[in-house]
Design a protein around this ligand. Structure first.
Ligand code: UDP
Ligand code: MG
Length: 325
């Protein structure tokens, strides 16, 4: 039995050592082998050097070094491609996801669940605005998408080999992982936890990138906005038709003199706005079709340092000692 822990890292020099300490002390309590797979997502600080140093002391560490920064979703994908475990845990490096929860995740997996996701009961150290927008987003996506994406759930989760293989077979370029996790189905369950504030360093997500992620999430899991623009168009067209009728009747009965510059402006501006909005929505989907159609690889790897189980290292040492004799 092998447990892989995937850790996407991007400029995390301040937290990596403390992270490794905490995760190893948890993994040591487990009764099976483990591998800690760091995906270096194009860090520009000393993260990679620190990882290489740490690897010298701990053969469980595996490093996949991506050729540049691809973003967390892709970094996780790379991790899932390279991991070998029978069960796989995805966890952030900044200790916002407590490693101490892993044994509980493992328990549920042993009880037969394919996906065990960690659900936040509280989030410490995050602004009210972030909590509010995040909550609103999960409510919206829940209503519009056809797959049930669990609320208040990040990427912190455990997956069985079968679930990981299923996920790896989804090679779309626009990857909204939380949606993909849900899409694969299988038996899923939640474990509750309190989310801690970031241990050190800064969040890599700005509100702009969160907005992008939200658009990504919605457009890759539902065509509801396209439908919405159809209905909006239908509604305004019906409204305009009725209003037109009313104007004709009014002119016939009361023979009103020509007036109505303001109404004209309002109608023109409104329709112009609606048309641009609809075009924009179509554009969002078109752009995604464009990037899918290019068929580029999801990421490129610079270097890959494999992990070794503690057992394998001991065995090799034994063989070496024997050959000396
Ligand atoms: N991360 C990454 N690539 C990126 C951005 C972030 O691999 O482009 C990693 C980061 O190193 C961390 C995890 O994703 O391990 C979560 O990032 P962060 O803590 O910045 O996000 P937040 O917790 O604020 O959502
Ligand atoms: Mg974080």
């Amino acid at each position: 039995m092998l447990l892989s822990v995937i850790v996407p890292v991007f400029n995390e020099e301040e937290v990596i050592k403390s992270f490794l300490q905490r995760i190893t002390s948890v993994l040591d309590t487990l009764s099976f082998d483990s591998e800690i797979l760091f995906v270096n997502d194009g860090s520009t600080d000393s993260t990679l050097d620190i990882l290489n140093q740490l690897k010298e002391h701990d053969p469980r560490i595996s490093i996949v070094d991506l050729s540049r920064n691809f973003g967390k979703e892709i970094a996780m994908t790379a991790g899932l491609d390279y991991c070998k475990g029978d069960a796989v845990v995805i966890i952030d490096a900044d200790l916002q996801d407590p490693p101490e929860l892993i044994p509980e995740l493992v328990q549920k997996w042993q009880a037969g669940y394919d996906v065990v996701y960690a659900k936040r009961i509280s989030r410490k150290g995050e602004s009210a605005l972030k909590k509010l927008t995040s909550k609103a987003f999960y409510r919206v996506i829940k209503r519009v998408s056809h797959v049930p994406i669990p609320e208040d759930t990040g990427d912190f989760r455990l997956m069985s080999r079968r679930a990981v293989n299923a996920l790896n077979s989804l090679r779309e370029r626009n990857r909204y992982m939380k949606g993909l996790f849900a899409w694969i189905g299988y038996s899923q369950t939640a474990v509750l936890y309190h989310r801690d504030p970031r241990y050190a360093g800064e969040s890599k997500w700005s509100y702009l990138s969160l907005w992008d992620l939200a658009i990504e999430g919605i457009t890759s899991f539902t065509v509801a906005p396209l439908k919405l623009s159809t209905y909006l168009g239908l509604l305004t067209a019906t409204g305009a038709f009725i209003y037109g009728l009313w104007i004709i009747i009014k002119t016939l009965i009361y023979s009103d003199p020509v007036a109505g510059y303001p109404t004209m402006m309002v109608v023109i501006l409104f329709l112009g706005g609606v048309q641009l909005l609809a075009l924009g929505i179509i554009g969002e989907y078109l752009g995604r079709i464009f990037s899918e159609s290019k068929q580029r690889p999801l990421y490129l790897v610079n270097e890959h340092h494999k992990s070794e189980t503690v057992g394998a290292v001991k065995k090799r040492a034994k063989v070496k000692a024997k050959s000396k004799d």
